[in-house]
Design a protein around this ligand. Structure first.
Ligand code: FAD
Length: 524
């Protein structure tokens, strides 16, 4: 850095809304006299999704983001600094700040990997070059540092997760978190901190909190660290994660770290250090390892995005595969609104719309249903998730959707989830469906998953008129019939609903998802 006067560094914060383990703030602390931690509400993030035009940022994520920004401002104030907040394109805001301050030594930020974020980085480079300001970047979003990957070049990243995992576990190390100062260097004089916007400025309202939500948490680093304290140290839940992680109801079946990770309120390396500490001081078992295993999936999808660039958004996916995807808006609406007539799918889709969250088990199922049972363009699903998920992360979302659609990193051909078997395996008594699909709650037990196979008498006893009070299934996959309980005298009519063209009454011979579960324990 040049110049004789005080050195000012602008730290542009993006998906790194935290103080702990912040390489950007750490570097600035050692290299500046004044630090401007800056967050910009980029208006482009509040427009429409690329192909299907859903709102790009839904109400639950916006609320969570606003809470995270407020929390960081509080934290930085305690550190003798503040968070400067602006509404505007980061490159324009940075330009204005440099112009206002006269001299700025550097603009520092953590690197991202996907197009919109890289476009911002390019624009910042142009602005900084114009003003003769240095750019300082860091890699921080993953557990393993990009430079520590045991592959000669990112193009050599394996296309199969297990190969990636085994290589990094054997040959790479997670770097330690950086130790932050108690007090941060002050803001440059004359810089206004700026107001944190309200949802109405984005044409939104604060969403109501649904009492059934599995994610009743607020945004911000403080809450993220408290969640870890609760999940690890206060309750030891982490020690049974592997057994509970496929749950559907309540907050504690999984870590719920994802929303905070997505905004960077918690550092993956901090989680890693805490797991190692927990393993030393309490217990090390398959569950504690499995949290790391899942965090590695998150790493993997980020590196996949780095390898494939904009291909992660393309219809043909990473495999450049032609699939005759449909674009039927009625089927899409039924899926989005939880009106497909398949109770397990509908329950999950309604949970997502009402709360911004859905379990991993649910996500895998509704994604398989959209792509494999309905045959709809996978990007319809990916963009709907982009709109609604409180933990939306571009790499994890598109990576998982590509995977579910069979055009990403799944080495197996034609994997398809069986909605009925999944419902019966993970919601055997139907409690989850009853929670989210109240109009069918009078059906007792697991039979709620296959309403169309109930007798007219059972249906009317439960107050259900199929096709009127609850939809007939929009599709019937033939493998579902294997899981319908045969009850003599009860089935006084044949199964109803629109049939899959390939549907036949005979027993389906495919091994389907049974094969997946019995053979491959590696996948989440
Ligand atoms: P836990 O089960 O407690 O897992 C711990 C952490 O591991 C998570 O917080 C997450 O960071 C990581 N993780 C777990 N599973 C995966 C996975 N399959 N891929 C990547 N990371 C994983 N996750 C997101 O963070 N953002 C998304 O936008 C997103 N979209 C998804 C879309 C689809 C179609 C599917 C099938 C999965 C998606 N996931 C996404 C992955 C996963 O469902 C969520 O990370 C998880 O449900 C969040 O809950 P949790 O934090 O309690 O997870």
């Amino acid at each position: 850095m040049s110049g004789a006067g005080p050195r000012t560094v602008i730290c542009l914060l993006r998906h790194d809304l935290r103080y702990h383990d912040s390489q950007v703030l750490h570097w600035a602390q050692n290299n500046a006299d004044y630090i401007i931690p800056l967050y910009c509400f980029d208006p482009r993030q509040y427009l429409r999704t690329y192909y299907y035009g859903f709102p790009k940022t839904g109400p639950h994520r916006l609320k969570f983001l606003l809470e995270s920004v407020k929390d960081l401002r509080q934290t930085l104030k305690k550190k003798g600094s503040n968070l400067v907040v602006r509404k505007g394109n980061p490159e324009d805001v940075v330009h204005d700040l440099i112009t206002q301050l006269g001299t700025v030594a550097a603009v520092a930020f953590h690197e991202e990997v996907t197009k919109e974020e890289l476009d911002v980085e390019k624009a910042l480079q142009r602005v900084c070059a114009q003003h003769g300001v240095k750019i300082q970047t860091f890699w921080a979003s993953t557990l393993y540092h990009r430079d520590d990957l045991p592959f000669s070049h990112i193009s050599r990243l394996p296309d199969v997760y297990t190969q990636f995992r085994k290589a990094v576990e054997a040959q790479a190390k997670v770097r330690p978190t950086v130790q932050m100062a108690d007090q941060l260097k002050p803001l440059a004089p004359g810089v206004e901190d700026g107001c944190i916007p309200v949802p109405e400025e984005f044409g939104q309202k604060d969403p109501l909190t649904d009492p059934r939500t599995a994610f009743p948490c607020s945004g911000g680093e403080t809450q993220a660290l408290m969640r870890l304290q609760h999940y690890f140290w206060d309750t030891n839940l982490v020690a049974s994660y592997k057994e509970t992680r496929n749950g559907l109801i309540g907050i504690d079946y999984s870590t719920k770290f994802a929303p905070w990770l997505a905004l960077g309120c918690i550092s993956p390396r901090y989680i890693y250090e805490q797991i190692r500490k927990y393993e030393k001081e309490r217990t090390a078992n398959q569950s504690t390892y499995w949290v790391i295993f899942e965090l590695l999936w998150r790493d993997y999808f980020r590196f996949v995005a780095l390898k494939y660039g904009t291909r992660i958004f393309l219809l043909k996916g990473l495999q450049d595969k032609e699939v005759p995807w449909k674009k039927d808006p009625k089927l899409l609406d039924a899926w989005k609104e939880g009106r497909t007539g398949v109770p397990f799918v509908d329950a999950n889709m309604r949970e997502l719309a009402a709360t911004g969250f859905m379990s991993n088990r649910g996500r895998q199922n509704v994604a398989s249903f959209l792509t494999k049972d309905l045959g709809l363009d996978w990007r319809m699903g990916a963009e709907w998730f982009e709109y609604l998920l409180v933990d939306y992360d571009v790499c994890s979302n598109y990576g998982n959707w590509l995977y579910s659609a069979g055009i990403g990193n799944d080495p197996r051909e034609n994997r398809k989830f069986n909605m009925i078997k999944q419902g019966l395996d993970y919601d055997s008594n139907g409690d989850y469906v009853r929670l989210w699909v109240p109009e069918i709650q009078c059906v007792k037990g697991g039979e709620i998953h296959t309403l169309w196979a109930l007798s007219n008498a059972d249906l009317s006893e439960a107050g259900i008129a199929l096709g009127e009070t609850y939809p007939l299934p929009v599709v019937l996959a033939r493998e579902w019939s294997r899981h319908i309980k045969q009850r003599p005298n009860k089935r006084d009519h044949p199964p109803r609903g629109r049939k899959d063209p390939s549907d036949t009454p005979r027993q389906h011979k495919d091994r389907g998802v049974d094969f997946y579960f019995s053979r491959n324990k590696d996948l989440s």
